[in-house]
Design a protein around this ligand. Structure first.
Ligand SMILES: O=c1ccn([C@@H]2O[C@H](COP(=O)(O)OP(=O)(O)O[C@H]3O[C@H](CO)[C@@H](O)[C@H](O)[C@H]3O)[C@@H](O)[C@H]2O)c(=O)[nH]1
Length: 465
């Protein structure tokens, strides 16, 4: 399909509902629209309302929010993917196909490209029926995509698998450049959460595999500065163009904060540079009482200053914890502006569950990492961070993957203050200087749009090293 006469594209963007997906898709959309292209950002009405941008965000009049009617009433992006209702939400989400069809059929100017996430694996076939080209934007790392996207996943024949052990095995025909793999306890979790069909009849891995297979091009939220060995490998694996979109840390501020954090920032302003640990576990994870208890104990034993962005139930925190750490530790209950915290110069370390969003945000800001992966791609991300020497993983029990406060405290002190952790702190700052440059992000977004404009004219890929 031809682009508009003025050389501008119209791109429809369809992310999954979780904040960890909405946020990078919105950031990327905003950056594209600031280049003068029209972007229609499609999501449920409650998500669009929750994402409405704050006045401090530079937005373009070319970015349009398009509501798709959703049969469930959901409160906010962060609440949309409570694990227990994930499968129910998937089912409701799949019913958006009708509204997407109507939008693509009637959009004016006509849509040139659909940029989609892996949950709406059904969307590229709708786009193709209107002669619209399709780009799959993967919000995960290139390494994860290479690891997960093995032939079984691509064909979607995963439901016949009966053992999680295959997850630690890589196909020998791919020259994997690192020792990336899941640990046994992670393999068990990933197996049940990704490879088993839910009540929509398909598994997450089927959604991912189908999305990859249907795309004209694969777009990865990564860059050559970060994953030089993995991006070219992806092209070999999928035999189609793979475009790095840059890691585009979030500059889009939404208004959806429920906590008044001014006090925390006033306190941070008085702390020494790089002396405070920021603790957060993303938008989806629900920590168990035992896990919250061990984390709290670790923070207490470490004697380090910290800010904990705590989204769990208040009663899971150990009795008297906040009083005991008063003066050196703050528990912010509810949603906080994470990027603003990570960017504060008093923050030197980040105790993280290793969600890809959190990692790219921290890496761009030179923050050293204490790694505690829990789900999905997080174990692979943790291995990659260790390999880059910008973080250290908290030790886990082999039997069940559990951890204890002593292990948390040990790694916290190593990464934050001990001499043996010096290399981690230095490397994290070095990586921050490379990834934090705005021209790096700009270059990738521009390269991406130019690629879409020229697609089909014999241009195969952009940004190769
Ligand atoms: O109080 C909070 C908590 C989180 N965030 C933001 O929420 C996002 C969280 O993203 P991420 O760290 O990736 O965590 P999840 O959303 O929980 O991650 C899911 O999505 C990621 C990307 O697909 C995967 O890597 C993870 O495995 C998966 O759990 C980040 O942008 C944070 O800045 C806030 O702004 N405030």
């Amino acid at each position: 399909m031809e682009e508009e006469g003025n050389g501008k594209l119209h791109i429809a963007v369809l992310p999954w509902l979780a904040y960890g997906h909405l946020s990078p898709f919105l950031e990327f959309s905003n950056r594209i629209s600031l280049l003068g292209h029209q972007v229609s950002f499609l999501s449920t009405p409650s998500n669009l309302q929750a994402l409405s941008l704050s006045t401090s965000t530079t937005t373009s009049p070319n970015l349009h929010f398009i509501p798709l009617s959703f049969p469930l009433s959901l409160q906010s992006p962060a609440d949309d993917t409570d694990g227990s209702s994930y499968s129910l939400i998937n089912k409701a989400y799949d019913s958006l196909a009708g509204d997407l069809t109507k939008f693509l059929q009637t959009a004016s100017p006509p849509v040139n490209w659909l940029l989609y996430d892996y949950n709406p694996y059904w969307s590229p076939s709708i786009a193709k029926s209107f002669n619209i080209r399709t780009a799959f934007l993967c919000p995960l790392s290139a390494a994860t995509l290479a690891f997960l996207g093995r032939p079984e996943s691509l064909t979607g024949e995963d439901s016949s698998r009966s053992s999680p052990h295959h997850l630690a095995v890589k196909p020998d025909w791919i020259p994997f450049p690192t020792k990336l793999s899941y640990k046994p306890h992670e393999a068990r979790i990933v197996y049940s959460s990704m490879y088993l069909p839910d009540n929509t009849g398909v598994s997450q891995s089927f959604r991912l595999g189908s999305s990859l297979a249907a795309a004209d091009v694969i777009v990865v939220r990564s860059c050559f500065e970060l994953e030089p060995e993995w991006l070219p490998l992806l092209e070999k694996l999928y035999c189609k163009p793979v475009i790095p979109a840059g890691h585009f840390p979030s500059s889009v501020q939404t208004k959806n904060y429920k906590y008044c954090w001014d006090e925390a920032f006033e306190w941070l302003d008085k702390q020494e540079r790089r002396s405070v640990v920021y603790v957060a576990f993303g938008s989806m994870l629900h920590l168990k009482k035992e896990e919250v208890g061990e984390l709290a104990r670790g923070l207490e034993i470490s004697k380090l200053a910290f800010v904990w962005a705590y989204r769990g139930k208040e009663e899971l925190l150990p009795v008297g914890f906040e009083e005991r750490v008063q003066g050196r530790g703050i528990v912010c209950k509810g949603w906080v502006p994470q990027v603003k915290f990570l960017a504060h110069e008093a923050i030197g370390g980040f105790l993280t569950h290793c969600g890809w969003n959190s990692l790219v945000e921290a890496m761009g800001l030179g923050v050293a990492l204490v790694l505690l992966p829990m789900l999905a791609d997080e174990g692979l991300n943790a291995r990659m961070m260790e390999e880059k020497k910008v973080g250290v993983e908290v030790p886990r029990r082999e039997e069940d993957g559990g951890f204890d406060g002593e292990g948390v405290a040990r790694v916290l002190r190593l990464v934050m203050v001990e001499k043996e952790g010096e290399e981690i702190r230095v490397r994290a700052e070095e990586l921050g200087r490379v990834l934090g440059r705005e021209e790096v992000h700009d270059g990738y977004v521009k390269g991406f749009v130019e690629y879409l404009k020229k697609f089909g004219d014999g241009v195969e890929r952009v940004g190769e090293v």
